[in-house]
Design a protein around this ligand. Structure first.
Ligand code: ADP
Ligand code: MG
Length: 154
């Protein structure tokens, strides 16, 4: 999917935020500045979370309370999937809420079976390209929602 500018990314995040359910896990992959945190901020907004979502690069995990809590991980500074367990990753994944993992490629083995993988790439400028991969039944439903978004909202 092509996202022309930051507004498209925000629209996408809010749209998905209105459709996520408990125990959904979104795995975000992409270089620094590709839009992972920007997307997560919009997702939180769509989930009705009032608090401002900030980068989790240094905190490793930030938790936002809402009707459905958001567990925002950033694996950039983790050495290996084992460290994801050490910071309590697995417990959060088994807690009612929505998990978003930036730099998910670094901890893929620690993530659930059924995840929606969103891979971000960019050229120069504000355009972003999003590759979507679903690995199970629930994530395929989310993938379908993204397809609807692409058809009707962009
Ligand atoms: P990451 O978390 O992947 O490192 P960020 O979301 O922190 O990336 O940063 C993305 C930067 O790129 C922000 O400054 C944002 O305003 C800018 N940007 C420009 N165009 C887009 C776009 N289409 N989608 C997301 N971010 C964009
Ligand atoms: Mg980030």
């Amino acid at each position: 999917m092509r996202l022309k500018n930051v507004e498209d990314t925000r629209k996408l995040g809010e749209y998905l935020g209105q459709r996520v359910q408990a125990y959904d896990c979104l795995a975000l992959i992409g270089d620094l500045g590709s839009g992972k945190t920007t997307f997560t901020q919009a997702l939180a907004k769509g989930m009705g979370i009032q608090e401002v979502v900030s980068s989790a690069t240094f905190t490793l995990i930030n938790i936002y309370e809402g009707d459905l809590p958001l567990f925002h991980f950033d694996a950039y500074r983790l050495e290996d999937p084992e460290e994801f367990f050490e910071i309590g990753g697995e417990e959060y994944l088994n807690t009612r809420g929505v998990a978003v993992v930036e730099w998910a490629d670094l901890v893929m083995e620690a993530l659930p079976e059924d995840i929606l993988i969103l891979s971000w790439t960019r050229d120069l400028g504000d355009e972003r390209y999003l590759q979507v991969e679903a690995t199970g039944k629930r994530s395929r439903q989310l993938e379908e929602e993204l397809r609807k978004f692409e058809d009707t909202c962009l």
